[in-house]
Write a protein that binds this ligand. Structure first.
Ligand code: URA
Length: 445
């Protein structure tokens, strides 16, 4: 006889394995509204504490995936490779790597989200571009991908509805930070998109969702195993989120930095992560090549202007004003600008990216509540990064904000987030590990 919800909760609480039927019972019952929140919350907490065996995790992911629609991409020619980041502060890599790979013949479809917690969302950054439409029908999604080589749009309610409900419940019941629950949540959504391969950028450090490097590695390995089990080449990197990525944090500001990167003026850390992910995406597309050769290929696509041209066409195809690529004054900007200066001479030893992210939200660049309006021009541009020498009184960063009143609080947070030391400080390594079906390797390049 099939188990009821009480028996299923007890089973997991006692560390026993759930059958596929048990998991199906919970997910379909919850999506239909037949099982109350309090029972599913207890079940999630039992999973949080006891974990899931590989077979249970594969079943949970597949059942969540089956709870909604998919976006098939077989009709679009070429290899389609999805890139997913677990999110961080200043993470604008999608806007650089997607046009770059499209310029190299790989098609890049992505479903993205809004800001979570201390992060500014990819969709909000795109919406800084006047006219940009981030909600496309599946047909239009395929069309933009086929015409331009890339597409980025928001998740619809019909993709993995089980995750929508479960995520909201996890958020309210302290069960978000569970590796099997995060892995099934992310991978069910990745698998709903009919890509040929998946590349993951799992962030680690203060501004990451997973602060601990070993946890980030475990999460990445778990997601790689799920993707590979479905027959899609899946690999990923562990990259540092101990300081903000690049120099800009905010919507318009990050868009400008991304366009500059496509013009060949990207900061070193952005280009390191972009090239590492790009190389993984080529591998997932079946184009194995030496890393140095891949970097040469990418550099040529930037130098020739092909990558920027893809980005222009993508913006136009999604209704945006592609002139922003040449005229940054078309992007929203804030009224107030203020410098934060170094209180002493020395070397920048730490920029706490979590605190920088929270300060950016205070400028209006992100949302505290779902219904909050975004100040697209808000945020920061750093003039010094970890490892850079600074003089006393030198500007560390420029604050962009619409509300002068908030500036003292923003300044205070930023001042506490930045540490300057007397001695030399090494530049941090951005890409830490490669994770693929063979396991984990320290990033060698
Ligand atoms: N992002 C997701 O999509 N799901 C999680 O559980 C955590 C982060």
């Amino acid at each position: 006889m099939a188990n009821g919800m009480y028996e299923i909760i007890s089973k997991k609480r006692d560390g026993l394995e759930l059958s596929q039927e048990d998991i199906g019972f919970v997910i379909s019952g919850y999506v239909r509204g037949d099982i109350p929140d309090y029972q599913v919350a207890a079940w999630l907490m039992a999973i949080y504490i006891r974990g899931l065996a590989d077979r249970e995790l594969a079943d949970l992911t597949a059942i969540m995936l089956d709870s909604g629609d998919r976006i098939p991409l077989a009709a679009v020619e070429g290899k389609k490779i999805d890139k997913h980041s677990t999110g961080g502060v200043g993470d604008k890599i999608s806007f650089v790597v997607a046009p770059l790979l499209a310029a190299c013949g790989v098609r890049v479809p992505m479903l993205s989200g809004r800001g979570l917690g201390h992060t500014v969302g990819t969709l909000d950054k795109l919406e800084a571009i006047p006219g940009m439409n981030v909600f496309l029908t599946p047909d239009r999604f395929r069309q933009v991908l086929a015409e331009t080589g890339m597409v980025i749009c928001g998740q619809t309610d019909n993709i993995v509805p089980a995750d929508k409900k479960l995520y909201a419940l996890r958020d309210a019941t302290a069960t978000v930070s569970s590796i099997p629950l995060i892995a099934s949540s992310i991978m069910s959504k990745k698998l709903a998109l009919g890509s040929d391969g998946i590349v993951l950028d799992v962030k680690t450090g203060s501004g990451a969702f997973m602060k601990d490097e070993q946890d980030s590695i475990r999460l990445c390995r778990t997601m790689v195993a799920i993707g590979e089990k479905t027959g899609r080449p899946t690999l990923g990197i562990i990259s540092s989120m101990d300081q903000p990525l690049g120099r800009a944090v905010g919507n318009s500001l990050e868009m400008i930095e991304s366009i500059e990167a496509l013009k060949g003026n990207g900061p070193e850390d952005i280009m390191q992560v972009t090239f590492a992910l790009g190389w993984c995406m080529l591998r997932a597309a079946g184009q194995e090549m030496e890393y140095a050769k891949a970097v040469e290929t990418f550099s040529a696509a930037i130098a020739s202007g092909r990558a920027l041209e893809v980005f222009r066409r993508f913006i136009a195809a999604q209704g945006g004003d592609a002139r922003v690529c040449d005229d940054y004054s078309l992007l929203p900007a804030c009224r107030h600008r203020e410098e934060l200066v170094a209180p002493q001479a020395g070397t920048v030893a730490r920029i706490d990216s979590f605190e920088v992210g929270m300060a950016a939200i205070d400028t209006g660049a992100g949302r505290r509540r779902k219904e909050d309006a975004v100040a697209y021009g808000g945020g920061f541009v750093f003039h010094a990064n970890v490892g850079d020498k600074v003089k006393k009184g030198q500007s560390l960063l420029t604050i962009h904000s619409d509300s002068g009143e908030l500036l003292p609080a923003v300044r205070e947070r930023l001042t506490a987030a930045i540490r300057i030391e007397a001695g030399p400080v090494a530049k941090p390594k951005m890409v830490l590990h490669l994770v693929d079906r063979n396991g984990i390797t320290p990033w060698p390049y």
